[in-house]
Every structure is written in C-alpha cells, then in structure tokens.
Design a protein around this ligand. Structure first.
Ligand SMILES: [Zn+2]
Length: 326
C-alpha cells in the first residue's frame, strides 16, 4: 500500500497507538532480504523507532498524552527550543496545537536522514483543533516527496471532512476473544474473560484496569458491594472509573429487565432490579454526573451519594429528587 496519507480507524483499547507505531516502523524498516517481513524488528531503523530516536519519524501527540505514553518530542529533532520555553508553566495541553502542526509541516519538507521516508504520526487526529487541522490540509493533499502521514482516530466522524477525504482509511480490526484472552493470560491476568467483558472486549483497557487494581474478583464483586453501599470496595478507584462501572451496572440491570443477558458483569453476580422506570431515571442521573465529571467534587461525599442512588434505583425507588451538586 502506498497511500501518502493513511487514516487508521480503531479503538484505543484495541491498541490503536501501538498499531500506528508498528505501521510507521514498517514504513521506515530497512530490511533488505527479498520478501522480508516489515517491520523486521532487527535492523537499525527498527531499533531507532522502538527507542523513539528515529530521525525520520515525527510523532505529533497532545502534550498530556505524550507525557502519559512517555513519547518524547525533543529526541525527534524538531523545535525543541520552542517547546522548552513553555514547559512547566501550564497544564499539559489536550490538543494538538497549530504551532506543533506547523513545526511538523516544516520538518517533513526537509531531506530524509536515512533515505527511506519522512513519517509524521498524528495521534489521535481528533485532538487537532480546527486551526491545526486546517493548517495540515495542504500537506495532506500534496505531501512533499518522500513524506508519509499516518493519522489515527477512534471517531473519524469528528474529523474535518476535508481531512478525512484526503486520507486512505484503514480499519484496525478488534482482536478475537481468543486472541485477546491469550494475550492477557500471557501477561499474568487471572480470569481474563471477566475483565474483557468489563472493558467491552478491549484487551488494552482490560490490562489497564488490572494495573489500576481492578482485578476480576473486585469487578465481579462490585454489584453486591454497590447495592450494600460498601464505599470501601471502590477504594482507590478514580471517579471516572467509578462512574463508568456504575453506568455499566445500570446497563446490565436494564438488560436483565428486558430479558437479555448482561454484557459487562457475570450474570451470576447480578440480582434482578425492581423496575425499569427507576433504572432509567438512574441512568439519566449518572449521565448528568458524567457530563460534569471535571467539576471539583468532594469525592467521598459524591461516592456515597452515588451508591445510595444505586441502591435506591435497584430497589425500584426514585429518582431521588435532589440533583447532585459539586
Ligand atoms: Zn527493520
């Protein structure tokens, strides 16, 4: 495939970034044997990409994600000084800013160091704001000779149509349940099926859950703990994770009432809720809190209030009349 601009569409929890890295590595791989698999993982270029030091690879990520994934930008030889000036003064940006896009465009127009290609990886492309995306259009349409661009997106419909239409779209398939289970087992996860269901079948999300201390036992015990208002069961969970778990519990309760199977929790751990009306009201309640998740909540109070509401909703009471306020 020799599209100059590729849009990789897939789920973060399926390894979107890892797959994008592998594609850029394949583009830059210097394996010479006829019919060699690329990336070979052995050549100098492969080692440079793996170490984040390849001079012909420029990875464009929002600052907060760069810190989270340990992706260094200065090592890649572009605009290190401009970056250095702003560090430490503000919250890490969640957007890919226009200055970063302009720096990447200037960089990609220069000569390749190792002679194969100049590659820009933009992850995830949805984090480009309107200005950034507009700045990229011309380069997407007519990339300089030897330049290749790889954009990733979990929600391509959020991209500018003009960005989308200039890219060849490649869908990253979700791994099969067997492959995902095996992969998690190799990483020492007990009862991988429980955590896979908890994370909609996405192995990287399941692994992240386990790393955050949410193992299969804690997940399966959650419905009972919530309905008994045991706040301690959720000790150490972040607020977004608690909210996500409660929304999944609510979903499964509604599924049970509709005569279906639960999707996120083992059926044996769930008891049937009382009424659809109370659960539907609870679901709206949870959605409201989720929209205001960035407010400065008193986490202890909120947690207890959330469990109280869960208990009441499951018993068919409610909705509780007051609105939760930060
Ligand atoms: Zn290689």
């Amino acid at each position: 495939m020799h599209a100059h601009a590729l849009l990789l569409h897939g789920a973060t929890g399926d390894g979107l970034f890892e797959a994008a890295q592998a594609i850029t590595q394949a583009w830059l791989c210097e394996a010479t044997a006829p019919g060699a698999a690329r990336p070979c993982g052995q050549c100098a270029a492969c080692h440079l990409v793996a170490g984040g030091m390849h001079p012909d690879l420029h990875r464009l990520l929002p600052e907060d994600l760069r810190l989270q994934l340990g992706v260094l930008q200065a090592a890649e030889g572009e605009g290190g000084d401009a970056d250095g000036n702003t560090k430490g003064k503000r919250k890490p940006s969640r957007q890919i800013r226009i200055d970063d896009v302009r720096a990447a465009i200037d960089w990609v127009a220069t000569t390749s160091s190792r002679g194969r290609a100049k590659v820009v990886l933009i992850h995830p492309a949805e984090t480009m704001n309107l200005q950034s995306a507009n700045a990229l259009l011309k380069t997407l349409e007519e990339p300089p000779r030897g330049a290749r661009l790889l954009l990733t997106a979990a929600e391509p419909e959020r991209l500018l149509p003009t960005v989308r239409s200039r890219c060849q779209v490649l869908r990253l398939p979700s791994p099969s349940a067997d492959v995902a289970r095996q992969w998690l087992q190799q990483r020492g996860l007990a009862q991988p099926d429980v955590l896979l269901a908890a994370s909609s079948g996405r192995p990287l999300d399941a692994l992240a859950m386990a790393a955050a201390g949410v193992d299969a036992e804690r997940w399966a015990g959650l419905p009972a703990a919530v309905l008994q208002r045991q706040v301690a069961w959720l000790a150490g969970w972040s607020l977004p994770r608690v909210l996500d778990a409660l929304q999944k519990l609510c979903h499964d309760g509604l599924a049970l009432l509709a005569g279906g199977s639960p999707r996120f929790f083992p059926a044996s751990c769930l008891k049937r809720p009382a009424t659809v009306q109370a659960l539907a009201a609870w679901s709206r309640d949870l959605a409201q809190v989720a929209r205001r998740i960035d407010h400065p909540w008193n986490e202890g109070l909120l947690l207890d209030a959330l469990l109280q509401r869960a208990q009441a909703a499951w018993a068919g009471q409610g909705p509780l009349s007051d609105t939760l306020q930060p």
